[in-house]
Design a protein around this ligand. Structure first.
Ligand code: NAD
Length: 292
């Protein structure tokens, strides 16, 4: 396929190099001369502008820093959307606000231009290795058109639903993993103050929701089945959280994630969920968010 690729940085550089290795023609553009040089060395066509990069392309990738960059490149004063071949599909793999994706996709649709959002799980080293995870939002026909290219650049591709669902999946994924990063660092720091053996600790954690996640353990066993009769009472979980916070304070370890969680446990208790299963936290959160 003839691919236009705009944004050949840490991610885009690796992704486009794998398209080239697989025999696709890649016409690339980036504001950075160093990225353009690397693209040329990898065998890519060096376009002098974004407009030139897209003019013969069947599929156009954007891998840019943020929403305003994507909007500027596609729909700005010299935007490429007005210059693409009929039937070409735009794939935005940048991490941007879902509302920006919605707005860009709607404006493109009004011009008769198809777009899918295909943000990425994993990092630049996987981009170079061709082992990315794609979360794709878009119409089935558009998804199927770009799938062979995604398969060259990645290991796993999920079609999440209509346009905008890819980036929403990605935001949720990042929210969980980024907050868990802080929680993990807090827990390991407290364990070091306790002088625990880390390998043994990790073995213990990997046998419980701490290491295995609530998604694969407690939630499917209880609240996903609409069963919040207590197997481990939310009141007791709140008590144990208090113990950890007290121990952290005594050891001089700030447990800010735990302190924020404690507020939510207090709310759940005051809303009558204390005697229920600790997975009733999901019920509590849905109520707070106004979900029926
Ligand atoms: P990067 O800064 O290395 O690459 C962005 C590239 O876009 C740069 O080379 C820059 O010169 C180019 N650029 C900016 N404006 C441009 C324009 N108007 N025209 C042409 N080129 C332009 O960043 P990255 O790490 O490749 O990340 C790109 C996107 O992917 C971001 O949204 C990021 O959040 C997301 N992402 C990054 C990773 C990662 O591990 N690095 C992982 C998943 C998702």
């Amino acid at each position: 396929m003839h691919v236009g690729f705009i944004g050949l940085g840490m991610m885009g550089g690796g992704m486009s190099s794998n398209l080239l290795k697989a025999g696709h023609t890649v016409s690339g553009f980036d504001l950075s001369p160093a990225s353009m040089e690397r693209h040329a060395k990898a065998g890519g066509i060096v376009a002098k502008s974004a407009k030139e990069a897209v003019k013969d392309a069947d599929v156009i990738f954007t891998m840019l820093p943020n929403g305003p960059d994507v909007e500027h490149v596609l729909l700005g004063p010299d935007g490429v959307a007005a210059h693409i071949k009929p039937g070409a599909v735009i794939v935005d793999s940048s991490t941007i606000l879902p509302k920006a994706t919605d707005s860009i996709a709607a404006r493109l649709k009004a011009m008769g231009v198809a777009m899918v959002d295909a943000p990425i799980g994993r990092t630049s080293e996987h981009a170079w290795a061709g082992t990315l995870i794609f979360m794709v939002g878009g119409e089935k026909a558009h998804f199927e058109k770009v799938l062979p290219l995604l398969e060259v650049m990645g290991e796993v591709t999920y079609h999440c639903g209509p346009v905008g669902t890819g980036i929403r999946t990605k935001i949720i994924n990042n929210y969980m993993s980024i907050v868990l990063n802080v929680l993990t660092a807090e827990a390991l720091t407290l364990s070091e103050k306790f002088a625990l053996d880390r390998d043994t600790l990790i073995k213990v954690l990997m046998g419980t929701p701490a290491g295995r996640s609530h998604l694969t353990t407690s939630y499917p066993a209880k609240v996903f089945k609409n069963d919040v009769t207590a197997t481990f009472m939310l009141d007791l979980a709140a008590k144990d959280l208090g113990l950890a916070i007290q121990a952290g304070a005594a050891e001089g370890v700030p447990l800010a994630t735990g302190a924020a969680a404690q507020q939510i446990y207090n709310i759940a208790q005051s809303h009558g969920h204390g005697k229920e299963d600790w997975t009733a936290m999901l019920v509590n959160m849905r109520e707070l968010a106004g979900l029926k």
